[in-house]
Design a protein around this ligand. Structure first.
Ligand SMILES: NC(=O)c1ccc[n+]([C@@H]2O[C@H](COP(=O)([O-])OP(=O)(O)OC[C@H]3O[C@@H](n4cnc5c(N)ncnc54)[C@H](OP(=O)(O)O)[C@@H]3O)[C@@H](O)[C@H]2O)c1
Length: 273
């Protein structure tokens, strides 16, 4: 199967991440086109990626096998008004817009296969995690095509649409939780007397090492934590403070708030709020 040609509507940060990732995965820049809404942004995006960037989303989408929607959720309706009618049932639309339900796309483009996906920014280093779900016209070959495109920047997982708000809160927003933790540990390290650059290196490699260990050891987080927690030791002292301060409950509340925000954005996009 030859690589599908791709239009990326919305040449913002995620649009650029996908353009670059697709090129690293073997797409020719000429197989991709992006659409921006401002000339300055179009010029920047073309310079950063080497991909032609047009100011006309309908023109960019015309005739492309796959159309990736990478505008902010609030801009989806305007985008669909401008190009929904030019997209045909032999094309595949992949929406990356957080919270926006499949129904918004299917109402605007009846009979067009649509996939709704939730990627995350580690896609920039081919370590993304994207969960996606099928619209009512996305058959097996459309899903295989969606997977081929989304896999270019990391791992993929197919789930039902009702779970995508939870996915948004866990893996879509997830990198920000880790970055906040990195900041907090780094600041504490400096307060303990470590030079800032040493603190940054310690934090970076610790998060990287712990992430790889978690994914490659086939052990649960509980087992891995137990391995570094001797009775009465330093880790036990730290864990006690985190548990006493309500760390778990705080994480749970944060994830619930992110999932609810995704549901609210979806209801607002679908006009059901
Ligand atoms: N960033 C993440 O971590 C992440 C993760 C998962 C999903 N997402 C989803 O990915 C989408 C894009 O996010 P982002 O962070 O890349 O946002 P972004 O940086 O703001 O990029 C969106 C781009 O779309 C452009 N745009 C808006 N309307 C347009 C139109 N009609 N035609 C052409 N271009 C148009 C915007 O133009 P201007 O420059 O003029 O504003 C902007 O450059 C969002 O829906 C978000 O929910 C993001």
């Amino acid at each position: 199967m030859s690589r599908p040609t791709i239009a990326i509507l919305g040449a913002g940060s995620l649009g650029e991440i996908f353009a670059r990732g697709l090129i690293r995965a073997g797409w020719e820049p000429s197989d991709i086109v992006m659409a921006a809404r401002r000339e300055e942004r179009a010029r920047e995006a073309a310079e950063h990626t080497g991909v032609e960037t047009l100011l006309d989303a309908a023109l960019a989408a015309t005739g492309r096998d796959v159309v990736i929607v990478a505008v902010k959720p609030k801009d989806v309706h305007t985008l669909l008004d401008s190009c929904g009618e030019t997209i045909t049932s032999d094309q595949l639309v992949i929406s990356l817009a957080a919270g926006v339900p499949l129904s918004v796309f299917e109402d605007a483009m009846p009979s067009v296969p649509v996939v709704r996906a939730m990627p995350n920014t580690p896609a920039a280093v081919d370590e993304g995690m994207t969960a996606y779900c099928a619209g009512s016209h996305a058959d097996e070959s459309a899903m295989a095509r969606a997977d081929e495109v989304l896999r270019a920047v990391g791992k993929t997982m197919q789930l039902s649409e009702d779970l995508l708000d939870a996915v948004t809160a866990v893996s879509g927003t997830g990198p920000a939780y880790i970055f906040l933790l990195a900041e907090a540990i780094g600041e504490a390290a400096v307060r303990e007397g470590l030079p800032r650059d040493a603190a940054e290196q310690l934090v970076e490699q610790t998060l990287r090492g712990a992430g790889i260990l978690l994914s490659e050891s086939h052990k649960s987080p509980v087992e891995l934590r137990a391995q570094v927690t001797s009775p009465g030791g330093t880790t036990a002292a730290a864990m006690h403070i985190l548990e006493e301060g309500g760390f778990r409950a705080l994480v749970e509340d944060a994830i619930r708030a992110a999932a609810q925000r995704s549901r609210d954005m979806g209801a607002s996009a679908a006009g059901t709020d």
